[in-house]
Design a protein around this ligand. Structure first.
Ligand SMILES: [Mg+2]
Ligand SMILES: [Zn+2]
Length: 213
């Protein structure tokens, strides 16, 4: 029998606001947290598939003095508790609390949070996934050597329809929401050729998408 080889695992990195909960601008009080009803079942599907699930979120409201740092933890604890009630688990949460002008290395689309997660959880970024509702999430994926999934919740539909054609590289997958994104990621993991469900923005060149580049 061959010895099982210790190896890094690919992961699914999830944006928070607009992806697993409603985008409400600055989530400056726990009472404004609205977790999408499909989020916990979707994360449970990833748990069952053995893919680590890591949340990466920009929370510049902290550096701006709009949000106390403890609120970020409170939101993440609440998400984790509600997910646990559905048998779902986020493996770790990482937040950048800086402003762009602070010049940190962790504000998305920079890859600091993903690299930290990779070190702390033995993850392989190459071939991992980033699911989010903004162009910056797609760019983050590609900056890290991962694959990008744009969801059309939150800012997603507007980002895609108004800016999708300007992005240097389109997402590998566009999905209506996190539930659809997870199903497509799992299909892609099983057989990339089976995934063809992409909603094109007006004026987009289909040949740029899904293997067409
Ligand atoms: Mg977002
Ligand atoms: Zn940062």
């Amino acid at each position: 029998m061959t010895q099982p080889r210790a190896r890094c695992s690919r992961a699914v990195f999830l944006d928070r606001d607009g992806t697993i909960c409603e985008e409400v601008g600055y989530l400056n009080h726990i009472s404004r947290l609205r977790i999408f009803p499909f989020a916990a079942p979707a994360v449970r599907r990833l748990n069952e598939a053995g893919l680590p699930v890591i949340v990466v979120t920009n929370q510049s409201g902290v550096a701006r003095g709009i949000i106390p740092p403890a609120l970020v933890d409170e939101v993440h604890d609440t998400i984790q508790r509600e997910f646990a009630a559905c048998g779902a688990r986020i493996d770790a949460f990482y937040a950048c609390t800086h402003r762009r002008e602070d010049g940190c290395d962790c504000r998305k689309p920079l890859t600091g949070l993903m690299k930290r997660a990779a070190r702390e959880h033995s993850l392989e970024l190459q071939g991992s996934w980033v699911v989010g509702d903004r162009g910056a999430d797609v760019q983050l994926a590609h900056n890290a050597g991962a694959r990008g999934v744009l969801v059309l919740t939150g800012y997603g539909r507007g980002e895609w329809e108004w800016h999708g054609t300007e992005w240097p590289r389109p997402p590998e997958i566009v999905a209506d929401d996190l539930a659809a994104a997870v199903e497509l990621v799992l299909q892609y993991e099983a057989d990339p050729r089976r995934v063809a469900a992409v909603t094109l923005p007006a004026g987009a060149d289909p040949s740029r998408l899904l293997g067409g580049r």
